[in-house]
Design a protein around this ligand. Structure first.
Ligand code: FES
Length: 191
């Protein structure tokens, strides 16, 4: 007699196998329903999202901000230059990224996707010698940089640039405009 569990397993197996291959249930091994259903759903979802999907980077929430401000005189000095020529000088920790520094000092970097490499609102322009010492941007970063206003040869996404000792005294230029994916123009707050 068919038990509810067996009925479920058979039903799941039928769902997971294309109609054309439905011959005899008895001639096929019973598939594990959880795996089969997930795989089937994933396969069905692929065409609809194939072009729209982007991989989002993630990191533990505890790592989303920087280490705060270093003790005066112990950090890496960075000059942030706005499009209007104003310069703000700050001290940053080695290892923090430029968005961390921006959040710490409330600089004009939107970072709308909160470092998910899904926007270009953390676009910064580096000095050539600093740019040359960094690792090449990866494909995700390059894709987003292509969307940035005022792209230059030394443009990077600030969330992908970690502060190093070599940067001491460098000037980081903020572009005059960015494309904000938040329709209300709001900036995220660090967490
Ligand atoms: S914050 Fe969106 S890509 Fe850097």
């Amino acid at each position: 007699m068919a038990t509810p569990l067996r009925s479920f397993l058979v039903g799941a197996a039928r769902l997971a196998v294309p109609r054309s291959s439905h011959s005899s249930i008895a001639s096929r091994p019973i598939l594990r329903p959880r795996t089969s259903l997930v795989q089937t759903a994933h396969r069905w979802a692929q065409p609809a999202f194939a072009n729209a999907a982007r991989s989002f980077h993630s990191s533990p929430a505890a790592l989303h901000g920087g280490k705060g401000r270093p003790k005066p005189g112990e950090g890496v000095t960075l000059h942030f230059k706005r499009a209007n020529g104003e310069v703000t000088t700050v001290e940053a920790n080695v290892g923090d990224d430029i968005v961390d520094v921006s959040w710490e000092y409330d600089l004009d970097i939107e970072a709308a996707c909160e470092k998910s490499v899904a926007c270009s609102t953390c676009h910064v322009i580096l000095e050539e010698d600093v740019y040359d010492k960094l690792e090449e941007p990866d494909d995700d970063e390059n894709d987003m940089l292509d969307l940035a206003f005022g792209l230059t040869d030394t443009s990077r996404l600030g969330c992908q640039v970690k502060v190093t000792k070599d940067m001491d005294g460098t000037t980081i230029t903020l572009p005059s405009a960015t494309r904000n994916l938040r329709v209300d123009g709001s900036k995220p707050t660090p967490h």
